[in-house]
Ligand binder design. Sequence first.
Ligand code: PMP
Length: 446
Amino acid sequence: MTSATQPLGTPNNLEAFWMPFTANRSFKQNPRMIARAEGMFYYTPEGKPVMDGTAGLWCCNAGHARKPIIQAIQAQAEELDFAPSFQFGHPKVFAAAARIASLAPGDLDHVFFAGSGSEAADTALKIALAYWNVTGKGSKTRLIGRERGYHGVGFGGISVGGMVNNRKFFGSLLAGTDHLPHTYDREKQAFSKGEPDYGAHFADDLDRIVALHDGSTIAAVIVEPMAGSTGGLPAPKGYLKRLRELCDKHGILLIFDEVITGFGRLGYAFAAERYGVIPDMITFAKGVTSGTVPMGGVIVRKHIYDAFMNGPDNAIELFHGYTYSGHPLAAAACLATLDVYREEGLFERAREMEPAWADALMTLKGEPNVVDIRQVGIVGAIDLAPRADGVGKRAFEAMDRLFREEGLMVRTAADTIAFSPPLIITESQIGELVDKLRRGIRAVAA
Ligand code: PMP
């Protein structure tokens, strides 16, 4: 049997857990363990502080161990630990939906809850298909994603997603998907602050896809306003507006996957507001509870919700949902988290801090092997040139060294180091983070 109290590193302590998206064998040889967190910092089991450069996995926007959130979760567990999500309701889930809807722009007025970002993405795709069915256009079944898109790991998400490793082992995937090109062109965009000037025209590829399949067969387009998991690629200026116009022209629903960009990461409640573009649906997760309790969901526009409400009064409108849709602990965590965001003005704070954040990151230009730096909101990404011999990844080595030697947590994807600290980060901590990065990048080059 394994025991949590066994010394770390003993084989049967680490073997049972098959870690997600992790090189299990090398991790278990030399683990990166985290035992505790508070504010901007994680702590190793030995008590060494590690600055959280990633808000966990892009989720702990309010920082760690926030008392009001913890207390709300504790109180909720005592009052109502669970309530069936089908056919019964509890007050906090309605309150949470109303609060989230109040933060969304335009008539994005109704919220369907799920338990994660992957479930949110699959839910949005299913709502799109069902919407065309209930409005008498059931031939609209095709789902369009993007190269270098990430929409979680459900079959819907990996089918519209554009990451080869997430797709190639899993058979034929969902039928009837297609992909827009990604928007990254290093030659024309390298070292841009914020949204690159070049690249709005990548949206025009939707015309090609429509010419190929016809708009009458296409249900929805799903995109991230900033592609996070594939290296922090901000949408080029004007790109999302263009996509909205083309979707309108061809009668296609537009879904923004805001699992990362929601709840302040780009300085607004949702990126849709930053870009002045109203999609038909927004998916969210992560920051909605500042990572404390799993929760995800989809915000839909009024016309979508209304389309489902036209049947007989006692008929189920959508045959979809999860046991943990709107879990009481998640709903309580969500309400407390949104209070913290509002009381501390964390979205505005992110917006105000963005220029200093961008300037600090760009000081890393010229460091060894740095071939691009991207930034948008409180997100940063650095591309390191691949090794000439192709053995190992500098970005992975940098991540490992930064954790062990510098006490900084970053994320790595292929040749990119990405970071997205909690929105409570101070200017002096930004300086500290960049100093650590600089030393880490130099150490990997040495
Ligand atoms: N969509 C996007 C844009 C994401 O970044 C992620 C997670 N990084 C997901 C969906 C999936 O979320 P989860 O891991 O909670 O299923």
